[in-house]
Ligand binder design. Structure first.
Ligand SMILES: C[S@@+](CC[C@H](N)C(=O)[O-])C[C@H]1O[C@@H](n2cnc3c(N)ncnc32)[C@H](O)[C@@H]1O
Length: 224
């Protein structure tokens, strides 16, 4: 049995039995090997834009004697996926702008996609806003910490829900749960933003205003 990091275990926890999955940016394919070993009747395509990464995926898949079970494909995003071929997508360790670009450039391929599981550490407000506009809602989301790094993992399911600006920024479920880890992350974000505020030049009015607003919101949240 393969062992996964906390972060990838959380991603895996959202992937059900009986699904047709593509793991975009699979790299080592640890997630895919784990899923094949732990899910019933799962079809997996492990895909990566980088030939070298895919070759490491193939080596690991072969090590676990799963070459006949997990398909590997090289290519960017969903370009190597046929319409109707998958119902579940996962993308972890990619930037939000790349993820959103992949989804928006391939909207016709999302017709049968009921679930998108994402772990990204950049621009989460942008990510939540863009993915929910595509007709997915946030079914669940979790924060995990490995070493000194916080990771957010979001499970989007087909359906519509409206979110406030604050919910898109912090995550509607993370906000509601208001966990100790969530507070720790917000405290850390606040410290970083306060340092940033001190070095943003006075004439960068728009950035100063945005940062000021974030600091104010974080302070208010941390008081409650
Ligand atoms: C940081 S690694 C993450 C690996 C793994 N998913 C994880 O979470 O541990 C990002 C991977 O995404 C791949 N990648 C980046 N842009 C991509 C794209 N547009 N389409 C497919 N793969 C991409 C990279 O080649 C790299 O292997």
């Amino acid at each position: 049995m393969i062992k996964l990091s906390k972060r990838l275990l959380q991603v895996a926890s959202y992937i059900p039995d009986n699904c047709h999955l593509v793991d975009i940016g699979c790299d080592h394919a640890y997630l895919d090997i784990y899923l094949y070993q732990n899910r019933k009747n799962i079809h997996i395509i492990a895909s990566d834009i980088n030939e070298k990464a895919l070759s490491s995926a193939k080596t690991n898949i072969a090590k676990f004697k799963l070459t006949e079970k997990i398909e590997t494909r090289v290519g960017s995003g969903l370009e190597n996926i046929e319409e109707g071929e998958i119902d579940t997508i996962t993308m972890s360790g990619l930037g939000s702008h790349t993820i959103v670009g992949i989804l928006y450039n391939n909207r016709s391929k999302l017709k049968n996609v009921n679930q998108i599981v994402i772990q990204s550490n950049t621009s989460l407000e942008f990510l939540r806003s863009k993915v929910t506009k595509l007709g997915y809602y946030i079914q669940d989301e979790k924060l995990v910490k490995e070493g000194k790094i916080f990771y957010t993992i979001i499970n989007f399911q087909k359906g519509r829900k409206r979110y406030s600006k604050k919910e898109l920024y912090f995550g509607p479920i993370l906000l509601k749960e208001n966990s100790k880890l969530f507070n720790e992350k917000n405290q850390e974000d606040l410290t970083k933003l306060e340092i940033l505020m001190k070095i943003i030049p006075k004439n960068h009015y728009h950035l100063r205003l945005k940062t000021h607003f974030k600091i104010k919101t974080l302070k208010k949240l941390l008081k409650n």
